[in-house]
Design a protein around this ligand. Sequence first.
Ligand SMILES: Nc1ncnc2c1ncn2[C@@H]1O[C@H](COP(=O)(O)OP(=O)(O)OP(=O)(O)O)[C@@H](O)[C@H]1O
Ligand SMILES: [Mg+2]
Length: 256
Amino acid sequence: MKIAVTGKGGSGKTTVAAGLALLSSQEGKSVIAVDCDPDISLGFALGFPHPEKITPISEMKELIAERTESDLDRPGGYFKLNPRVEDIPAKFCPEHKNIRLIVMGKVNKAGGGCLCPENTFIKSLISHLVVNRKEIVILDMVAGTEHLGRGTANSVDAFLIVVEPTLLGINTGLNIKTLAGDLGIKRVFFIANKINSQKDIDFIKDNLKEDLTGLIYFNQNIQDSRGKFVFDEKLKDGFRDIYERLDKDSASLFKA
Ligand SMILES: Nc1ncnc2c1ncn2[C@@H]1O[C@H](COP(=O)(O)OP(=O)(O)OP(=O)(O)O)[C@@H](O)[C@H]1O
Ligand SMILES: [Mg+2]
């Protein structure tokens, strides 16, 4: 099962990706959590020890040069477009509580699909993760979807779109749904986050006009923790609900 968590900036993508990864691991599943955000954050949300010390894949220059057969001293030369990546998670990425964390780091955006060893390596790794792995793979996306090329995106089983009770959050969510359709994503689920009241729920339902797969209430402990790891019982309940709904879905997302 491969899920990409998307949504407007600040809507709660990282919080939702971390919550689902933690719950899946507590249910005894092997999980790969993928931080696609250049501003590394998923390791903090997952409660990894010293996440700030994790070297992002994009900064493993020597490894990338070796695998892509490129020359660090001579950029712009020949390099391999299909580097070997299947051993990367186990050999180069930390594991904590049965969750393997892959921090992608900064992708060079010059020219959109810029062809350089770093981007080629990261794209090959993401493609391997969503196409070949047996584990549950949860991708914490940036606001855009540049990590998912056309050939790769349609191997993702579902987009989870996180919406806050704001017009912008909802509009962005709906735009992402359209984009997901264009990319060939099979399933799209909406999760409402930072809910304070029934009014918030009604606002989202009235404006989104889509089914909600789950609700995560505004959590004061998250706010008070100032970025430290929080996964309290209330959050767990919200995520358990989402997990069970995704599991019961016809695609049985968590059984894969
Ligand atoms: N349910 C919640 N209750 C309270 N605070 C929340 C909740 N969900 C997320 N937050 C807080 O809102 C902020 C944004 O959340 P998060 O980092 O998960 O969003 P994001 O979509 O990943 O953001 P970005 O676009 O910057 O990557 C964080 O400070 C987070 O702690
Ligand atoms: Mg984030």
